[in-house]
Ligand binder design. Structure first.
Ligand code: C2E
Ligand code: MG
Ligand code: MG
Ligand code: MG
Length: 273
């Protein structure tokens, strides 16, 4: 309780907290409107083959430009969407928009696999598998063009249920990727417990440190021993990319190649590539 934390820490009357709460209420309100006025847009960040430098897919990242609040980052509004009960609607919107875009790229003759981030709340959504299946059907998208990203902590809130849902999704033919691997609190055992095809290494692994290269090499080898493909996130520097080449990491995402861009920008880029 606030009292137990001692004098001067009365949590309820912290002015900064009132401000924080007011901001969350405002964000939740604006977000609800944004879902209505179409203020949310998917942008796409290329996933690049380390050896060939070819774009092998994209990650869909949600962007929100609000007339009142300006640009709000997903790191801020996803937790608000989760807390205010909007994440399932938001998640369904994202799935639908991604499948629609996959269909458009297929039709344009520039097919791209799109990876979509799932929230822990969506994994617990009773009809998630049916939602994904019907979304693919609606847009006539073959499942191999859709990838779903979950984090360890999301999948392991309820390990049996997480594994079951992911297995059913994999059964549909979509790819499952473990996002931000190694940055949460879970155990290496999950790598073989969950039905995964890819692991994404958080950008923390690429930050300078004395044993960075050996740690990266060990993780990539371990992943390969488990038949998992590795995607390195947050590649900003050439020396990081060189390391990925040296240790046979398959794929990377990062500003060194490009930031997330709108579907139109991506389309224009694909046309000249
Ligand atoms: P994430 O899924 O791990 O996405 C990767 C984040 O790293 C993105 O941030 C991307 O813009 C950023 N990034 C990419 N390359 C670089 C780089 O070279 N350097 C650095 N410093 N950052 C890089 P973003 O777009 O702000 O998204 C943050 C997080 O919000 C995502 O992390 C994901 O967890 C969540 N998110 C985004 N879109 C969605 C969505 O549609 N649904 C759900 N549930 N979560 C989403
Ligand atoms: Mg992700
Ligand atoms: Mg990530
Ligand atoms: Mg993340």
């Amino acid at each position: 309780s606030a009292k137990a934390q001692g004098r001067g820490k009365a949590v309820f009357f912290e002015p900064s907290m009132g401000k924080e709460m007011a901001e969350r209420v405002l964000l939740a309100e604006r977000l609800r409107m944004a879902l209505g006025y179409g203020g949310l847009q998917l942008h796409y960040q290329p996933q690049v083959d380390v050896k060939t430098a070819r774009v092998v897919g994209v990650e869909a990242l949600l962007r929100w430009n609000d007339p009142v609040l300006g640009n709000v980052s997903p790191a801020r509004f996803i937790p608000v969407a989760e807390a205010s009960g909007q994440i399932v609607a938001l998640g369904n919107y994202v799935l639908d928009a991604a499948c629609k875009q996959i269909a458009a790229w297929l039709k344009a003759g520039t097919p791209l696999r799109v990876a979509v981030n799932l929230s822990a709340y969506q994994l617990r959504q009773v009809n998630l598998v049916e939602q994904v299946a019907s979304c693919l059907r609606r847009h006539e998208v073959p499942p191999q063009w859709l990838e779903l990203e979950v984090t360890e902590s999301q999948a392991m809130i309820n390990p049996d249920q997480g594994r079951q849902v992911l297995a059913e999704l994999a059964e549909l033919g979509v790819t499952i990727a473990l996002d931000d691997f190694g940055t949460g609190h879970s155990s290496l055992a999950y790598l073989q417990y969950l039905p995964l095809q890819r692991v994404k290494l958080g950008r923390e692994f690429l930050l300078p440190s004395p044993c960075r290269d050996r740690l990266m090499e060990g993780i990539v080898h371990m992943a390969h021993a488990l038949d998992l493909e590795v995607v390195a996130e947050g590649v900003e520097q050439n020396d990081q990319l060189q390391l990925l080449r040296d240790i046979d990491c398959e794929c990377f995402q990062g500003w060194l190649h490009s930031r997330a861009m709108s579907a139109d920008q991506m389309q224009a880029w694909l046309a000249v590539a």
